[in-house]
Write a protein that binds this ligand. Structure first.
Ligand code: K7E
Ligand code: CUA
Length: 679
């Protein structure tokens, strides 16, 4: 019985595989004729392997659709946050191969980031909230830069939830160019999000606190603690966030959560969820309700609706207060200028996501089995007609719920985040159900075959899904091919690696309508918890193969003025500068003699123009590690505070004589002056 079923299965597999292979390979690689000849039957060897491994038709389809033959490239790149590893991961889709860990907030020796080299971004600390230099972060939400609502492949932004910082990564070289510390608040969660042309990057705070970072007793919470939405101005030409052109909007002391920018129909608006509108201040140790209970008393919290175009005008007209160098629109001005409105949203919401047309905002209430859908046109009308159901204690008008609510769809337990495709479906992660819900959006832009606002299917995922990311899913034109479930727990999915387990990123095929979602791949990621990710078409990335010119300063993205083609040493009494070219397989000079106490500056230029001909550099005992990519010039500065003999060598196995690519830093003791002769 079992055997007969097996045999039937294998027959089906054969046919499916052949069809899939036919579709995948088309006529490239095989001639049409030979393909036809080959497609009569899979080789017996292959069938045996399928049988031996006990694969079913779905397994075979999944394998065939994610396997990447050597030398072939993925169609998409997913940029996933690295959680408390503080980094960003670039992952190919559909193969789910990790292509690169991008050093963002955490020093990373392979990339020569933070070990005597490229530390400029890392040392950022602002006056105010946090002044200490930090070497880790909790990255949550990456945002690709956009042009006209489409990912343009130029920049990636990501927020550090733990410390209220923002990071700018240039996608020409996948390197971090800037980290800014918010000078007014010390945490974020509604970060990073961009409007359709990335004029700003939004950083919404999470934990209310006294703005500017001063102490105030927790008993004064309602009076002196506040939230803040910071609109960091992005200068695309310079690739930098500019604090002098940025501004903040003061918010009541609720805990602001995730955010999104409006687009198309809702362009000009930004949305931020909130919870703890109870303004609980904890204190379980004093018999107060713990935060988890205190923040969940009320049935409704507030969706923050921000008119950022109006905020720009208010800032221009100077109705701001400056806190540690950031212009902040005070709460009362935000109300009187029509910048801030609230809409009620059910119990402890988490994600707010804007649909591709920009018309609908989907809010998922983590303690509510529904998603609630708001319509921007209804919001605009309610604002115009002053259709308010009251004001919050800080005077912010609350729009009447029924006047702005378009629909509610019951999906299941613990809805968190929503993504969209090009077929009129939305996908919501269900944390408690460990599932992806597919449901229909009643949108003009894409129409689903089923009736609007209906749950279509629930696909189990392993386990406790947080975010999900769809291909081009936050743009005005999602691709609708793939979705990745970013699961918090993997439990029993992979070989055990001790009590700390991998996260499980699952690739899901969403290309067909109806109840047809298919899990294609389980990817264990043995690193800090990816929260959110964005998936961009690979051909939109115009990444450099080598730096544009020999002698490139990658921090400034321009030709370096300390680039060198020839080795030389320039000495002054307290400073030794070494201009050092590196090429397979030597540094020049190879012997560097300095005196203890001197400042030593290496300017190393990689002269290579060959793809992948990277050299490394390190100095024993000095905590220095550099990566010098083809064409790049790096600067390493330190004080030779320890005398002795310190080998340096190239860290990348760059050639057959790589081991010989080395030298000595000789730090001689300070010469003792000869005693005066007496006479
Ligand atoms: Cu749900 Cu920080 Cu986006 Cu994590 S948050 S999951
Ligand atoms: Cu250069 Cu090894």
């Amino acid at each position: 019985m079992v055997n007969r079923r097996r045999l039937f299965f294998l027959g089906v597999i054969g046919v499916i595989t052949i069809f899939t292979l036919t579709g995948l390979f088309g006529i490239s690689g095989f001639g049409a004729k030979s393909l036809h000849a080959q497609s009569a039957e899979l080789p017996k060897e292959t069938m045996d392997m399928i049988r031996e491994r006990g694969l079913n038709p779905d397994d075979v389809t999944a394998a065939v659709s994610t396997f990447m033959p050597t030398g072939k490239y993925d169609d998409y790149v997913m940029f996933a946050s690295g959680g408390h590893s503080g980094q960003v991961f670039a992952i190919g889709i559909p193969s789910m191969r990790l292509l690169r860990t991008i050093a963002a907030f955490t020093p990373e020796p392979w990339q020569g980031y933070g070990f005597g080299v490229k530390e400029n971004a890392l040392v950022t600390a602002a006056k105010g909230s946090i002044e200490r230099q930090l070497t880790w972060a909790d990255t949550h939400h990456p945002a690709l830069s956009e042009t006209n609502g489409e990912y343009d492949g130029q920049f990636l932004f990501i927020g550090d939830k733990a410390n209220g910082r923002m990071c700018v990564i240039d996608l020409r070289d996948f390197e971090t160019k800037q980290i800014v510390q918010n000078p007014v608040v010390s945490s974020n969660h509604g970060a990073a999000f961009v409007p359709p042309n990335a004029e700003y990057v939004l950083e919404g705070s999470q934990f209310a606190m006294p703005l500017g970072g001063a102490y105030a007793p927790i008993e004064d919470y309602q009076k002196t603690y506040r939230g803040l939405a910071t609109f960091w101005k992005f200068n695309r030409e310079k690739g930098r966030l500019e604090i002098e052109n940025s501004f903040g909007v003061e918010l009541p002391p609720y805990w602001q959560d995730l955010a999104d920018f409006g687009k198309a129909e809702s362009d000009g608006w930004a949305f931020i969820n909130s919870f703890n509108t109870e303004m609980a201040t904890g204190g379980i140790e004093d018999g107060n309700p713990p935060f988890e209970a205190g923040t969940s008393q009320r049935d409704m919290d507030y969706l923050h609706i921000i008119n950022w175009k109006q905020a720009e005008k208010t800032v221009k007209e100077g109705r701001t207060k400056v806190i540690n160098g950031l212009r902040v629109i005070p709460l009362d001005v935000a109300v009187s200028d029509g910048i801030l409105y609230f809409a009620p949203e059910p119990k402890s919401p988490h994600g707010v996501d804007v649909s591709p047309s920009g018309r609908h905002l989907v809010v998922a209430g983590k303690l509510d089995p529904h998603v609630t859908i708001y319509d921007i046109n209804m919001i605009k009308t309610a604002i115009e007609k002053k259709d308010f159901e009251g004001k919050d204690p800080y005077g912010v008008p609350i729009l009447r719920f029924d006047a702005v609510k378009k629909a509610q769809v019951e999906l299941g337990l613990g809805p968190l985040h929503t993504q969209f495709d090009n077929k009129g479906y939305a996908y919501t992660s269900l944390f408690l159900d460990s599932a992806v819900a597919r449901w229909t959006v009643g949108d003009d832009k894409f129409k689903a075959p089923e009736k609007p606002w209906t749950l279509v299917s629930k696909t189990p995922v392993h386990y406790n899904i947080g975010h999900l990311a769809a291909a081009e899913g936050d743009t005005v034109n999602p691709d609708g091919k793939y979705l990745v479930a970013l699961n918090k727990w993997s439990v029993d999915r992979f070989l055990n690696t001790g009590p700390l387990l991998a996260q499980n990123l699952q690739l899901v095929d969403i290309s067909r309508p109806g109840d047809s979602l298919k899990i294609l791949y389980d990817m264990p990621i043995g690193n800090g918890e990816p929260h959110y990710a964005q998936i961009i078409k690979a051909d939109k990335l115009k990444t450099w193969e080598v730096y544009p010119e020999v002698g490139w300063n990658a921090e400034e993205q321009k030709k370096s003025d300390v680039a060198t083609m020839e080795g030389k040493v320039v000495r002054s009494p307290d400073r030794v500068e070494i201009y050092m070219p590196a090429i397979r397989s030597h540094f020049d000079p190879e012997r560097v003699l300095v005196t203890k106490g001197q400042k030593v500056v290496f300017y190393i230029t990689n002269l290579e123009r060959t793809l992948d001909a990277t050299h490394g550099f390190n100095i024993a005992g000095y905590n220095i590690a550099a990566s010098i990519e083809p064409g790049e010039t790096v600067t390493i500065e330190f004080v030779a505070d320890k005398e002795g003999v310190f080998p340096f060598y190239c860290l990348e196995f760059c050639s057959a004589l790589h081991l010989e690519m080395a030298g000595y830093l000789l730090v001689q003791p300070v010469p003792v002056p000869a005693p005066e002769k007496k006479g």
